[in-house]
Design a protein around this ligand. Structure first.
Ligand SMILES: Nc1ncnc2c1ncn2[C@@H]1O[C@H](COP(=O)(O)OP(=O)(O)O)[C@@H](O)[C@H]1O
Ligand SMILES: [Mg+2]
Length: 335
């Protein structure tokens, strides 16, 4: 009955999303697994596991199996994927039987890993499994005309990596990837607080600081936030007040790396496509692109227009779910 169901899976380093072409978004959860080292079993996945980060007893470890944009722990990745697929099926009230699935894997994954992901999804009952490159999925999800002979530039700022890609005619013309994604931004904030206040904070706190008072280098009305951590000298909990100007300072270096990567990619663009980029500009996507002031800052720094994707956290999943038609077209063209 659901034989024609088309499912897209965004296997992101920070979040996993499952999208059905007919039902919309079925699932959106952090890519985290809580693992019991004594019993060697998975205790929780997704949101439930993320809540445990930094708070678990010694025998339970939270794992981010896709951290840094590569499949760092393959077994864990497939276990997590299977549990989440089951959950998506249940919550949507439809048994996703024999669907056609398109999976978007992190760009750092090897062909062996990709094949293994494909098999894991197949073993779950998919009729057909296709893989798609992340920037192409993101571009489709952001409603860009990827199959036309015009240059589309996608800047995808994810958890583990940021990727800049120029796409034309359904393929990646040139791309660059850097490790400065959202995770690294969180780490920079934690480092700043440690250096300037002698306070240790966890990655979850750092992420909250980023979302609330993190700013790209643009003028803004200063905000402050109370931050709790552990005093490195006394070992006791302590609360400090952190300002958005300080966080801005902490992020300066890492954001300039991102800017360099964008510049380098644009400079490597074939001349025939350069004109398109000047007219059409670049599109920001991925959760990291939601950083306050980022669009404004990039617009000031690079000469081309900078647009936001309509739904940065979801574009890859949506694009993946909608990509089947194009994948078939491309397969035909490449035959
Ligand atoms: N409002 C926000 N401001 C800044 N960063 C954000 C915001 N919302 C989400 N993020 C960051 O986006 C990253 C996750 O983006 P996502 O595109 O889901 O990554 P991935 O594709 O690697 O799974 C995380 O580092 C998260 O902290
Ligand atoms: Mg992503």
């Amino acid at each position: 009955m659901f034989a024609n169901e088309e499912i897209g899976i965004d296997l992101g380093t920070a979040n996993i999303l499952i999208y059905s072409k007919s039902k919309g978004m079925l699932l959106n959860e952090p890519s985290v697994v809580a693992y019991n080292t004594d019993t060697k079993s998975v205790i929780a996945v997704g949101e439930e596991a993320k809540q445990m980060v930094g708070k678990t007893p010694r025998n339970v470890i939270p794992v981010r199996p896709l951290k840094d944009g590569v499949i760092a722990d393959f077994d864990m990745t497939t276990q997590m994927l299977k549990i989440l697929l089951k959950k998506a099926g249940k919550s949507s009230g439809l048994s996703i039987r024999k669907p056609t699935v398109v999976v978007c894997t992190p760009s750092g994954s090897t062909s062996v890993e990709r094949r293994a992901i494909e098999n894991a999804v197949k073993s779950y009952g998919a009729k057909q499994v296709h893989l798609i490159e992340e920037p192409i999925a993101a571009a489709i999800g952001a409603d860009l005309p990827v199959d036309e002979p015009v240059a589309n530039v996608i800047v995808d700022i994810g958890g583990g990596t940021s990727e800049v890609a120029i796409i034309s005619f359904g393929g990646v013309v040139s791309s660059n990837s850097v490790r400065s994604g959202g995770d690294m931004i969180d780490e920079e904030i934690a480092t700043y607080v440690r250096k300037h206040y002698n306070i240790l904070i966890g990655v979850r706190t750092a992420e909250m600081i980023k979302m609330e008072i993190g700013y790209a280098p643009v003028e803004h009305e200063e905000k402050t936030m109370d931050v709790r951590g552990r005093d490195m000298v006394t070992g006791l909990p302590k609360t400090i007040q952190l300002s958005s100007t300080e966080v801005q300072e902490a992020l300066r270096e890492i954001l300039s790396q991102l800017l360099e990567t964008i510049r380098t990619t644009l400079e490597s663009c074939p001349p025939e496509l350069s004109g398109d980029i000047v007219d059409r500009g670049i599109v920001l996507t991925g959760g990291g692109s939601l950083l306050n002031g980022l669009q404004e800052w990039l617009s000031n720094e690079i000469v081309v227009p900078v647009h936001m994707a309509p739904n940065p956290l979801e574009s890859v999943a949506i694009g993946t779910g909608r990509s089947l038609k194009m994948i078939k077209k491309l397969q035909k063209a490449n035959r």
